[in-house]
Design a protein around this ligand. Sequence first.
Ligand code: MRU
Length: 362
Amino acid sequence: MIVGGVPLRPLVAAPERDAVVVIDQRALPHRLRFERLTSAQDVHTAIRDMWLRGAPLIGAAAAYGLALQARADASDAAMEAAAAQLLSARPTAVNLAWALQRMRRHLLALPQELRARAAWDEAGAIAEEDVRVNAAIGRHGLPLLQAVAARKVGPVNVLTHCNAGWLATVDRGTATAPIYQAHAAGVAVHVWVDETRPRNQGASLTAWELGQAGVPHTVIADNAGGHLMQHGQVDLAIVGCDRVSAHGDVCNKIGTYLKALAARDNGVPFYVAMPTSTLDQSVTDGVAGIAIEERSAREVTHVAGRTAAGEVVEVQLVPDGSPAANPAFDVTPARLVTALITEHGLIAATPEAIALLGAAAP
Ligand code: MRU
């Protein structure tokens, strides 16, 4: 991704192999701030406190967290303790568990003295794989936008929710990959960006990165999507995911389910961009089987923004004493998903198609 003429990634491994440098997403869109993480503990804090977020990115970051641990102490006990701590940072996105499991399998089979080098290499492999996977999702999703462009006058209107863009991955994004690919191919595309309360990942992050890439977009209140669909202003929806069950139920940022319902009622195709690393074959019924992260009530009761004077401040929205609840994700049943856009192509959100995909997974 190019920001202000400079190629950037939300997570970059230091060539000295002693740190990762990450974009602190809490500061966006008002400031582009970087943090240097030098230990597994630092990485744990950065994931837990959402300096970096998004399912594929936290998987790659956790892999580097274990690599930093291997540098400090690569004993079985230290590696297992670090892996357990990293895993506890965020509960819902399965990529975190997937990456840690891949690292553990690879490293614990090696003699201790070889682990630090191997860990850094494997974390790098996970990160580069994510970029390739997202490029493939972009290639497979592109024809969906081209098909709409071929039959209408005016831009292809895509609705997206949360941030499943390059900031949520090592590069390119998942849901945004087909959009960036279409934009690069000269397809006129316009994105409806759900603000995505309570943390506003759409308004703060997706809008920022689409702006950097020069992709036309409009931020909308979360409640506007159904109305726009009813009036023919959404051609397709593409969202990301944090965990997909073996039966095709999609766990993603809270509010995704409501958009899928509105899309179904209005005949709008609803696509989910899904790297295979987001598949959780241990869960069949996603609604019953996926534990949903409950985040701080303060994310609902307060909101941060920039004043006219340029100062970033937080203000309270609700009456003193009003309690708030904050489930961070919801599950869209497979029946509402038109197709999953994976690195291997479009597949149906059905147990049969997903079983084939799972069999092809590394
Ligand atoms: O709570 P967050 O911001 O980490 O949630 C992120 C999302 O829900 C994304 O849309 C999802 O992880 C897909 S990322 C490609």
